[in-house]
Design a protein around this ligand. Sequence first.
Ligand code: NAP
Length: 275
Amino acid sequence: MDAPWPTSATRFAGVIGWPVAHSLSPSMHNAAFRALGLDWAYLAFPIEPDHLEPAVRGLFHAGCSGLSVTIPHKQAVLACCDEVTPAVDAIGAANTLVPLGDGRVRGDNTDAEGFLRALDEAAPVDLDGQDVLMVGAGGAAKAIAFALATRGARLRVANRTRERAAALGEPVEFTREAMEAAAADCVMVVNATSLGMGTDEVPAELPLDALGPGTVAYDIVYRREPTPWLDAAAARGARTVDGLGMLLHQGAAAFAQWTGTEPPVDAMRAGLTAG
Ligand code: NAP
């Protein structure tokens, strides 16, 4: 018979969000713990915004070994951080919390690192001095803008709410025509909106006609199969990067901080697609 598990020695980590039941992070991180034989468990904690700070403080006082942070808590959770990394300072949001002992917490943002690692893995491209078009200017887009700046890219941004676009790069009108014209001069187009989630149609808002061989199409929306926009871009010859790679690598960077161990990336990838 299998030994009883979990035991009083089992360590725990998890993801906080509201809602959080849809999260793929538990299957990804639990696959990693199993692959390394670590006696850890990763859980999903639905935390209402009004209860965020006491819940986070309580989890760490109860021995939590690490938290991922998802919508809508990435900015509000900064109030729970005793220190933050330069990435959090630049982006203004945290997606990873690391215990420092005595209930103290460090906030980090691994979305930027995850975005770049997935790009380097799936469609390496020299961005230095090159134009990139990003559609979207929400929380994830801020992390991507930070990441692209570290590669020397010139960022052009189209967003439904124009003022947010102007804060991240050179604004482009949020019309299909303006976005197609901008995309024609860009080595990469990033969809950093939630357009394309839960639909089998290519979102009519996103540029497509200008994509082709020589362009990278990067959709951060994640699902187990490629999004229709990525499929359509690939059919035009573009190299594509999906959101699962970013999710994987931001999680791997968090895992390394919580466990002090090299993350088993292949096992995590298998956990993501199987879970
Ligand atoms: P967010 O802060 O709420 O931002 C949402 C963005 O989408 C904003 O730019 C918003 O425009 C735009 N948008 C939403 N609905 C739209 C519509 N109907 N038409 C046009 N624009 C629309 O969310 P977020 O955290 O940045 O997340 C954005 C997407 O990225 C989500 O799908 C999320 O799951 C995904 N994501 C993926 C990863 C990954 O690891 N792959 C990581 C983080 C996020 P306005 O400013 O005009 O509202």
